[in-house]
Design a protein around this ligand. Structure first.
Ligand code: MTE
Length: 321
């Protein structure tokens, strides 16, 4: 996606999804592929097959959160789980649903490191257990200028951080994805600086809108969406939402991130959704919501400005992109 020059941006990325799907199915049908097989090859089919292979499980005791975004149509399960960026499983939008089906997410350990009271490994289930699960419906805006509305299930990152008790000297928190080339075929291709890494300033991480997601649509998080646990920060471009987290490190230095390491001219640390600062190769002024035909205007901080703008008072957002 982000490494290609504008003329190479894929058809699937600039075409309304329905047209793209119909075109693919048409091409597959025209090539004489049986209808069932054609459906199984389309992203929709891949999402369905993936859900069956992984098994879908409901999460118990999920409470609806007042911090959810109201009044927007939620994208379909198939859109959310069949159109993904998870480069460890391939760079096409339907690669993660296909290639992450057998990804093993238990047992799973998160290592807590750096400027923190008690560093060390924590099993995922004891990591999540002390926290109540909340449903958070958020607008999500990808830097590639498409968007979705997703009903995440998660726990507030701020509550997790309070429990982990970072030292007063910690100014940032860094996250790392699993780096296992046996399970993640995309790691053999050096498209990014692996392992995938992301970071937040401590006040951003403590903001009530920042969550660690463990599910969506009331069910366990599908592998292609970052199982068993991933970051969700709705006022930032989607690439901040690091998936399948295995390390959390507290630090006093602004962390480098995979995208900024791969292309510092195009990707900065903050990655706040900002329609007035274009990506060097395309506009960020509008976006295509999956499932809609007409483009819509992109909102400052993805529409969460009332809640988060004060985090950036005095910061030049043109320089700190
Ligand atoms: N996390 C990892 N580990 N690897 C990735 O390639 N892609 C990012 C982000 N998290 C990515 C990742 C990008 S570019 C986006 S837009 C979101 O995941 C997509 O999340 P979704 O597939 O759940 O919609």
């Amino acid at each position: 996606m982000l490494l290609r020059k504008a003329p190479d941006v894929r058809y699937s990325e600039i075409t309304p999804r329905e047209l793209y799907l119909r075109r693919r199915e048409f091409l597959q049908g025209a090539a004489g592929v049986a209808v069932g097989a054609a459906a199984a090859l389309s992203p929709l089919g891949v999402a369905r097959a993936g859900a069956q292979a992984q098994g879908r499980a409901k999460l118990p005791n999920v409470k609806k959160s007042p911090l959810s975004t109201a009044g927007e149509k939620i994208n379909s399960y198939e859109d959310i789980t069949g159109y993904n960026n998870f480069y460890e499983f391939g760079t096409d939008k339907d690669d993660p649903a296909r290639n992450a089906q057998k990804f093993v997410t238990r047992p799973w350990t998160i290592n807590v490191e750096g400027l923190v009271k008690t560093p060390g490994p924590i099993d995922i289930d004891s990591f999540i257990k002390p926290h109540a699960l909340e449903e958070r419906v958020y607008r999500m805006r990808c830097v590639e200028a498409w968007s979705m509305v997703i009903p995440w299930v998660g726990i507030p990152l701020g509550d997790v951080i309070k429990r982990l008790a970072p030292l007063p000297t910690a100014k940032y928190v860094e996250f790392f994805t699993l780096n296992d080339s046996k399970q993640m075929p995309g790691l053999r291709v050096p498209v990014l600086d692996w392992p995938y890494r992301e970071g937040l300033r401590m006040d951003e991480a403590m903001h009530p809108l920042s969550i660690l997601a463990v599910g969506l649509y009331g069910e366990v998080l599908p592998n292609q969406n970052g199982a068993p646990i991933r970051l969700v920060v709705p006022w930032k471009y989607g690439f901040k939402g690091i998936k399948s987290i295995v390390r959390i490190r507290f630090t006093d230095k602004q962390p480098r991130t995979s995208w900024d390491l791969s292309n510092p001219r195009e990707y900065g640390f903050y990655a706040n959704v900002n329609p007035s600062v274009d990506h060097p190769r395309w506009s960020q002024g509008s976006e295509r919501r999956l499932g809609e035909f007409f483009r819509r205007k992109t909102l400052m901080f993805n529409g969460y400005g009332d809640q988060v703008a004060s985090l950036y008072t005095g910061l030049d957002l043109r320089r700190n992109y």
